[in-house]
Design a binder for this molecule. Structure first.
Ligand code: AKB
Length: 314
């Protein structure tokens, strides 16, 4: 059976690159991208529809029009913006997911992808090598909505047999589209500023270690999870996934190996520091390795080299 993909929230950091990879895999016309607004630079020949995922009627019409076999729901408000607009974050992150889950049952959608986040962990979760199952007490609205979303995913899988798959993404580093509204965004901004101005002021302190992942790995991991045989998947909430963990100081030192004049400084009292301090420093992803063969390709030095290479030509 031919797959038809509907991606919701496709203009963001992950959607932009995941949509390209899915178009390569399934064909240009088999991937319908949607977002609340049209992209600034719509790519030629791509099928795009404006959609607010909170508008259930509009979602239904789109599903009836294109008859997708898979839905990728990427529309969400991230951790830092969520703290500024908690009600809006809850509404988008929860009701957007519920609308998609209900529509998936009504229209018999075969597979759903929905990203969760390391934000589901909280101040009392183990900080190092954080396991798949442990104390989860997120204290950001984003983390609370992602944890509730994970429970919904598992519930819909068990109760209705919905094949929904999910990854707890760490901070994602990429050069094509900048992230917006996250706590891990510094690790992307640093590259743009290093090349534009030769200097960057990190809003996180120098020794704040956080789990990260290079976009190429994130996209490949998502596609591998979606391709894995359903019976191999033992986690129906969301899989821990690990790439390299590092601090602002460590990434700055790695950039200085390629751009020796790059200067790094640190700001005090940024509200994102409190969020970062509540998150894991590193992640245990044994379940993903065991169930679907997950393995990251990029470490800190290879991702820094690749980012700088691409941004220089960009
Ligand atoms: C954020 O910082 O909010 C996101 C995330 C880790 O989910 N990048």
């Amino acid at each position: 059976m031919e797959e038809v993909i509907l991606m919701i929230g496709a203009n963001g950091q992950i959607g932009t690159e995941l949509a390209t990879a899915l178009r390569v895999k399934f064909g240009q016309n088999s991937v319908i991208t949607s977002d609340i607004r049209a992209p600034k630079e719509p790519a030629e020949g791509e099928v795009f529809e404006e959609l607010n995922v909170l508008d259930k009627q509009a979602l239904t019409s789109l599903i009836q029009k294109y008859k997708p076999t898979q839905i990728y729901l990427l529309a969400a408000m991230l951790s830092a913006t969520g703290e500024q607009y908690p009600q809006k974050a809850w509404d988008l992150n929860m009701n957007g997911l519920l609308n998609v889950l209900d529509a998936a049952i009504e229209f018999g959608i075969k597979k759903i992808f929905w990203p969760s986040s390391i934000a589901v962990f909280g101040p009392n979760s183990p900080k190092v090598n954080t396991p798949q199952y442990c104390i989860m007490d997120p204290n950001t609205i984003y983390g609370i909505s992602k944890l509730a979303g994970e429970r919904l995913c598992e519930y819909y899988h068990e109760k209705y047999g919905l094949d929904i798959r999910s990854i707890r993404f760490p901070g994602i580093i990429s050069w094509k589209t900048e992230p917006g509204g996250g706590t891990t965004d510094y690790a992307v901004h640093i590259f743009f500023e290093a090349l534009r101005h030769g200097a960057y002021t990190s809003f996180l302190s120098e020794n704040t270690e956080l789990p990260m992942l290079y976009m190429e790995d994130a996209v490949r991991g998502t596609i591998e999870l979606m391709d894995a045989p359903a019976e191999q998947l033992t986690v129906r909430s969301s899989y821990n996934l690990a790439g390299p963990s590092f601090t602002p100081k460590q990434i700055a030192e790695e950039i200085q190996k390629i751009l020796p004049n790059f200067e790094m400084s640190y700001s005090d009292n940024d509200p994102r520091q409190v969020i970062a301090d509540s998150w894991p420093r590193s992640i245990n992803d044994e379940a993903a390795k065991r169930d679907w063969g997950w393995a990251p390709k990029f470490n800190l030095s290879s991702l820094v080299a690749d980012m700088i290479d691409h941004l220089k030509t960009k």
